[in-house]
Design a protein around this ligand. Structure first.
Ligand code: ARG
Length: 459
C-alpha cells in the first residue's frame, strides 16, 4: 500500500532517502501564498462554470482561506512525505475539510499549478525590483547633480585619458540601469501570463474558463497553447539573464568604488556604516559590501547558466527536471533585491574627495589632447600636432614637469602657433567644460542628461 496522494497504482513507496531526493518542499514552500492564491482562483472558476456545486466550492474556498490565515500566522508545518508545496497544501486542506478537498484538483494538474505559482511569484518580485532600480537611479541623479563640476581623470586602459566630470561618470551608470529597468519591464510582459487551465499538457474536457482565472489572478491573458503553458520557462531565463546583466553593472560600479577607496586613489571614502574592520589590523576599513556585491555577481551568473543547461534538450511537455528551475530563481531574486538595496545606501552615503580628484587632473598629462586639439584648431594637421605633443610630454616627464609648467617661450619654440591662451586650454576645467558635443562631459551636456533623466524618473 502506498500513502502518497498519487499512490493508487503503486504497491510500494520510495524509501525516505529517495523521497527526500525527489522532494521540493524544502524550497518551494516560498511559493505557499502564491499556491493558495492560484487555488482560490481555480475553485472560483470551478464554481462559476458549475463544474463543482456551489456548496462544494464554498467549502473549499473557506478551507483555503483558513490555510492562508495559518500561513500568515506561521502555523503551517510542511512535510517531506508530501513532496512539494502543492501536495502539502492539498493534504492540509483534506485534513481540514475532508474528502471534498479532493475536488479542487478537477481540471487542473500540478504542471499548470506550479507554472502559475512561479508566474505569480516572479511578477510580484518584478514589481519590487523595478522600484528598487528606480530608487538607485534617483540616488545617482541626485549625486550627479551635486557633482556636475567635480573634475576627475577619465580613464581608458586604467591610464589617465582625458579629464571628465564625476557627474558625467555617474550618469553613465544611470543609462545602464535604465536599460536594466527596460529589460525587466519587458520581462514583466512575458511573466504576466496565466498557464492555469492548461492542465497536465493538453487542456481538459471540463468546460473551464481560463480567461476568468487569468483575470482573477491579475494576469494580462492566458497562455495561448497548453503545451507551451506548462513547458515555458523563458520568463525565468529572461529574468536570470536580466539579473546577470544588472549584477554585472553593479559589480563594475563596485570595482571602481573599491579601487577608488584605496589609499593610492583616495577619490572616494565609504561611510562607516557600509564598511567593516579587520580582526587583526586596527587601521583597516574594508569595502566589504562592495566586494560582496561584486562576488554575488558570480552566483547570479551561475543561476542563469544552471537553468539554461537544465532547459537544453528537454522535450515537451513537463519533465521533473523543471523542479530545478526554482532555487536559482529564488536565489537571483534575493540576491538582486538585497544588492540593489545595499548598493543604493552605500552610494548615497559615499563621500567624494573632490580635492583629491581635482589634484589628480592637474598632476597628469590628461590635458595632452587639449594641446593637440589647440594646434589642430590653429591649422596644424592633427597627426603632426599629436607627434609634437607626444615629444613634449616625453621631455616633461624627463624634467618632472607637467604641460602647464612649460613656459610660453618654450611653447613658441615648439610652434609659433601657440599663444598665451594655451594655459586656459590646458586647464582641466576648460577641457571638461568645452566638451560640449552631444552626450559629452561638458557641464551643459550633463545638465541636459540630468534633466532628461528626471523626466524618465517622473521627478
Ligand atoms: N514539484 C514539482 C516541480 O517543482 C511540481 C510539479 C510536479 N508535476 C509532476 N508531474 N510531477 O516541478
Amino acid at each position: 500500500e502506498n500513502h502518497q496522494l498519487w499512490g493508487g497504482r503503486f504497491t510500494a513507496e520510495p524509501s525516505e532517502y529517495v523521497q527526500r531526493f525527489g522532494a521540493s518542499i524544502g524550497f518551494d514552500q516560498a511559493m505557499a501564498a502564491e499556491d493558495l492564491t492560484g487555488s482560490l482562483a481555480h475553485v472560483a472558476m470551478l464554481k462559476k462554470t458549475a463544474i463543482l456545486k456551489a456548496e462544494e466550492a464554498d467549502q473549499i474556498t473557506a478551507g483555503l482561506h483558513t490555510l492562508q490565515q495559518k500561513l500568515a500566522n506561521g502555523e503551517l508545518e510542511f512535510s517531506i512525505a508530501n513532496e512539494d508545496i502543492h501536495l502539502n497544501l492539498e493534504k492540509m486542506l483534506t485534513d481540514l475539510i475532508g474528502p471534498v478537498a479532493g475536488k479542487l484538483h478537477t481540471a487542473r494538474s500540478r504542471n499548470d499549478q506550479v507554472a502559475t505559482d512561479m508566474h505569480l511569484y516572479l511578477k510580484n518580485h518584478l514589481n519590487t525590483i523595478l522600484p528598487l532600480i528606480k530608487q538607485l537611479q534617483a540616488t545617482i541623479v541626485a549625486k550627479a547633480e551635486k557633482h556636475i563640476t567635480t573634475l576627475m581623470p577619465g580613464y581608458t586602459h586604467m591610464q589617465h585619458a582625458q579629464p571628465i566630470s564625476y557627474g558625467q561618470y555617474l550618469m553613465a551608470y544611470f543609462q545602464m540601469f535604465q536599460r536594466d529597468a527596460e529589460r525587466f519591464d519587458f520581462n514583466l510582459k512575458h511573466t504576466d501570463l496565466s498557464p492555469l487551465g492548461a492542465a497536465a499538457l493538453a487542456g481538459t474536457t471540463f468546460p473551464t474558463d481560463r480567461a476568468y482565472t487569468a483575470a482573477q489572478l491579475g494576469f494580462a491573458a492566458p497562455y495561448a497553447n497548453s503545451l507551451d503553458a506548462v513547458s515555458d520557462r523563458d520568463f525565468i531565463l529572461e529574468f536570470l539573464s536580466n539579473s546577470a546583466q544588472l549584477m554585472m553593472h553593479l559589480s563594475r560600479f563596485c570595482e571602481e568604488i573599491i579601487v577608488w577607496d584605496s589609499q593610492e586613489f583616495h577619490y572616494v571614502e565609504l561611510d562607516d556604516t557600509y564598511s567593516t574592520g579587520s580582526s587583526i589590523m586596527p587601521q583597516k576599513k574594508n569595502p566589504d559590501m562592495a566586494e560582496l556585491i561584486r562576488g554575488k555577481t558570480g552566483r547570479v551568473y551561475g543561476d542563469l547558466m544552471g537553468l539554461l543547461t537544465v532547459m537544453k534538450g528537454l522535450p515537451l511537455a513537463y519533465n521533473k527536471d523543471f523542479q530545478e528551475d526554482k532555487e536559482g530563481m529564488f536565489d537571483a531574486v534575493k540576491t538582486i533585491e538585497q544588492s540593489l538595496t545595499v548598493f543604493n545606501g552605500m552610494l548615497a552615503t559615499l563621500k567624494v574627495n573632490t580635492a583629491q580628484m581635482a589634484h589628480a587632473t592637474t598632476h597628469d598629462f590628461s590635458n595632452a589632447t587639449e594641446l593637440a586639439d589647440y594646434l589642430a584648431a590653429k591649422g596644424m594637421p592633427f597627426r603632426q600636432a599629436h607627434e609634437l605633443v607626444g615629444e613634449l610630454v616625453l621631455t616633461c616627464i624627463k624634467k618632472q614637469a607637467y604641460l602647464k609648467d612649460v613656459t610660453l617661450a618654450e611653447f613658441k619654440a615648439l610652434s609659433p602657433l601657440i599663444e598665451e591662451d594655451v594655459y586656459t586650454a590646458l586647464d582641466p576645467e576648460t577641457a571638461v567644460e568645452r566638451r560640449n558635443s552631444l552626450g559629452g562631459t561638458g557641464f551643459k551636456q550633463i545638465k541636459q542628461q540630468i534633466a532628461a533623466a528626471k523626466t524618465l524618473l517622473g521627478e
